[in-house]
Design a protein around this ligand. Structure first.
Ligand code: ANZ
Ligand code: ZN
Length: 800
């Protein structure tokens, strides 16, 4: 009989949804297990094979846990607000909401067909007022706490997406969505004060069971540096060397190496440094300076950091005083000093800093070595001379603090999260501007601030304001405080805020009283297992931690890490390349669902290697997985109601249960599949085996090939789903005795099977056992072997 994967997979996929097989009562659940995958944005192309793979990594564990008796919650939803959806709607000239009706329906269809164990009764869609009311509510709570605020800053502006972006949305120097190199713009925007949590974000990592690659990306992004702030005084230009005249102003620098102060021979400010315009009248070459500043403005940070050729302009007439020796040192501006880091000004120590060295060489600036040979002890360094590095840093900081010239400090690279976007497709920022009362958040009872449903004029304007600024009925409102005329904020929120809290909303998607139920959250959260791409390491995965910490501090939850265990999944490559439409190498899951079935596709993807590794998709491999599925299907012919299983089958069964269990617990899906394939081979090689063994085998394989297992289970006359009960079998340790092992049997060097024999068995005994074992007869009967090669406790090879 042929295995009709199309018919059988469709039947079960639909039945699971209809019967609510994977839906549970969150309140009654006794043994909660929260399995989560990154909810997709319903793109036009449909479910991506990468999503499909990540979802499967979660789904297999979820099904296994359910079979073990956990109350497993595996929710599903749509991350449907945001530039990704809106850009596509712009491209096809349809409103985002119209377009999404279609793409969401397509996604639902695809996800159901794939046979994932999702609870479809709790679907969440971030674009519904029911959802974004609470996204806005979270904003107002953060606002009350001082964690949401406005400030003017130099920001990344994507000229193609026509909006500002967060630092985290710059990937390889370009816009995360469209790849365009962003411009720098000074703009007043809304921010979340994630920098208040820098240290906590670092400390938390130590205890977290997350992929190391993700944790180290976060560690680097937060970027902690210990050092000192040192005050440099501006000096009059005409004061003589070594005579310290008191200047008018001081400029702070951040340095990790205050110990090298005696070697600071010049001073550099970022071209954007505010003080430059104050010094205008004293700078004799201001025209040249202005030109350089303008040129820098056009460069991205990335370009500036990577610039091989250092450039800069001296501020003629401006000097600062080196605080340790009173020496006057020249001041420059150069684009290798960034405004967004430290204080935007540095003391340059060309003898010990590579970038300073390159700059000094080019502009013929003095170079003074202060650490002999780079490592010390100190030389030319007054009171530090003779000391070692650690000691030198501490001693210098103490000296600076004592003299009031500096202080010990910690600097973080992390910057506040810019959350406002000059776009249409997002939740409006819920504040109004009142002439009398200033900035006033919208009251909870008046939330959500509805996104007006407009057919025309929703396209981004590019003038620095969102399209909502052009919708008068939206803009004009009353002040929540004084009732007077007021105007609404017209920017919307970054869609990474929508996705920063969706796993809370899954717990009560239709609750109109609150974003989520506190008791329920403490029962179900943190999420037990989460899988997704590491490209979200400093975006989504950082923001979720921040929002969770903020909710914790608001007293809404009692934990501050959202995901107990997170694993970053590898990428799926085709012909060695990342899949992309332009390369024409995109694999559509439904195409393979049709051709080989989802069970085979899932198994194939998981079998390719450890979860975290990139994998190369090939058609041959998928066919191999399909063959395995068919092989399992054919095993049914050998099942007997009551038959005594051979020692080999019993041992393999118990071993398989044990090993697959261990592998699943650690998400070593590839090795679990290898073990199940071995078991399949053994069952294929025997004449018959018991129904009991068959049932156990089906359960153990069911997380990987759910439709097949469910079909075979029902053919045994079972009325309930295989996933309905705690069906996971217990292995019997006594049956996995260590004194037995599998002796490999070869004929002319070709593998023909194996037999379970006691350890230490000699050649003669082995040959006897093999001749008794019927399954080798076809290779050996009537043939006299010329030679037998016997490797004790390993293999026997008959040369005939
Ligand atoms: C003097 C010095 C001597 C430095 C030396 C380094 C080595 P991390 O470790 O990344 O925190 N710096 C400070 N602010 C900067 C800015 N806005 N743009 C570019 N460079 C900046 O780096 C801290 C070091 O980077 C600081 O310590 C400063 O150079 C430079 F042998 O000061 B250092
Ligand atoms: Zn863009």
């Amino acid at each position: 009989m042929q295995y009709d994967h199309k018919k059988i997979e469709k039947k079960w996929a639909e039945k699971w949804v209809k019967d609510k097989t994977f839906t549970l009562d969150l309140k009654k659940a006794k043994n909660p297990y929260y399995a989560l995958f990154m909810f997709p944005y319903p793109s036009a192309e449909g479910l991506h094979i990468g999503n499909f793979y990540a979802f499967t990594c979660v789904d297999v564990l979820a099904k296994y846990k359910k079979l073990k008796g956990y109350d497993v919650f595996e929710p599903i939803g749509f991350d449907a607000f945001g530039i990704h959806s809106e850009n596509y709607a712009l491209q096809i000239g349809e409103t985002p909401s119209k377009m999404l009706e279609r793409t969401k329906a397509n996604f639902r269809q695809q996800l159901v067909s794939a046979g994932l164990g999702c609870d479809w009764t709790r679907e969440v869609d971030t674009t519904t007022p029911e959802y974004y009311k609470w996204t806005q509510w979270i904003f107002t709570k953060l606002f009350e706490k001082g964690l949401a605020f406005q400030k003017e800053a130099l920001l990344h502006w994507c000229p193609s997406c026509k909006t500002v972006l967060a630092d985290e949305q710059i990937e390889g120097g370009g816009c995360e969505r469209c790849g365009t190199i962003p411009e720098k713009k000074k703009m007043k925007q809304w921010f979340f004060k994630i920098t208040d949590y820098s240290q906590r974000l670092l400390d938390g990592l130590e205890k977290m069971d997350w992929s190391e690659i993700t944790k180290s990306a976060q560690r680097n992004w937060v970027g902690k540096s210990e050092g000192a702030l040192v005050k440099f005084q501006l000096a009059k230009s005409d004061f003589p060397q070594q005579v310290c005249e008191v200047g008018l102003q001081t400029i702070d620098v951040f340095t990790t190496r205050p110990d090298t102060l005696f070697g600071a021979t010049y001073f550099v400010m970022s071209p954007e440094h505010k003080i430059i315009s104050n010094l205008k009248s004293q700078i004799s070459n201001f025209e040249e300076v202005k030109k350089y500043i303008k040129k820098t403005g056009a460069k991205s940070d990335m370009e500036r950091i990577e610039n091989k050729e250092k450039t800069g302009v001296r501020l003629e007439g401006i000097w600062v005083v080196n605080p340790v020796n009173g020496g006057k040192i020249p001041v420059w501006i150069a684009d290798y000093v960034l405004m967004g880091y430290g204080t935007g000004a540095i003391m340059a120590v060309p003898a010990h800093d590579q970038r300073d060295w390159e700059f000094a060489k080019k502009y013929k600036l003095p170079i003074i070595e202060v650490l002999k040979g780079g490592n010390g002890p100190y030389i030319n360094s007054g009171f530090l001379d003779g000391l070692g590095k650690e000691e030198g840093i501490n001693k210098m900081i103490e000296w600076l603090e004592e003299k009031g010239l500096g202080k010990r400090t910690v600097n973080y690279k992390l910057r506040d999260w810019c959350i406002s976007r000059q776009r249409y497709w997002g939740p409006p920022i819920p504040v109004v501007y009142c002439e009398k009362c200033g900035i006033v958040p919208v009251k909870e009872k008046d939330l959500p601030v509805l996104l007006p449903d407009i057919e025309k004029g929703w396209e981004p304007t590019g003038d620095g304001h969102g399209p909502l600024a052009g919708v008068e009925e939206f803009v004009n409102t009353k002040c929540p405080k004084c009732g007077g005329d007021a105007k609404r904020e017209t920017d919307v929120m970054d869609n990474f805020l929508d996705s920063a809290w969706y796993y809370y909303r899954y717990l009560s998607p239709h609750d109109n009283e609150r974003p989520f139920d506190k008791l329920r959250a403490s029962k179900w959260l943190p999420v037990d297992f989460y899988v997704g791409g590491n490209e979200h390491a400093v975006l989504h995965l950082m923001y979720t931690r921040f929002i969770t910490m903020a909710l914790h501090d608001l007293g809404l939850i009692d934990f501050d890490n959202p995901f107990k265990k997170f694993r970053a999944n590898g990428m799926i490559l085709k012909d060695g390349n990342k899949m992309s439409k332009s390369k024409g190498n995109v694999v559509r899951p439904e195409e393979y669902g049709e051709r080989v079935g989802y069970d085979a596709l899932k198994t194939y993807l998981l079998f390719l290697g450890p979860l975290s590794e990139d994998r190369s998709f090939s058609d041959d491999g998928v066919i191999g997985a399909k063959r395995w599925v068919e092989k399992i299907f054919r095993l049914e012919e050998k099942v007997r109601e009551s038959v005594q299983d051979s020692e080999e089958v019993i041992k393999k069964l118990h071993n398989t249960i044990k090993q697959v269990e261990e592998d699943f617990e650690e998400q070593k899906y590839n090795t679990a599949i290898a073990r199940l394939m071995e078991m399949t081979n053994i069952l294929t090689s025997v004449k018959e085996f018991s129904k009991d063994t068959w049932e156990k085998f089906l359960v153990v394989v069911s997380p990987l090939t759910p439709a097949l297992a469910e079909e075979m289970w029902s053919r045994l006359g079972r009325k309930e789903s295989i996933f309905d009960d705690k069906n996971w079998p217990e292995y019997d340790p006594a049956k996995i005795t260590e004194d037995n092992f599998e002796l490999v049997v070869q004929v002319n060097g070709k593998f023909r099977g194996s037999i379970v024999v006691p350890k230490g068995m000699n050649q003669q005994e082995a040959e006897e056992m093999i001749s008794k074992e019927g399954k080798f007869n076809k290779y050996l009967a009537d043939k006299k072997s010329q030679k037998v090669i016997f490797v004790k406790d390993k293999l026997i090879n008959f040369v005939i």
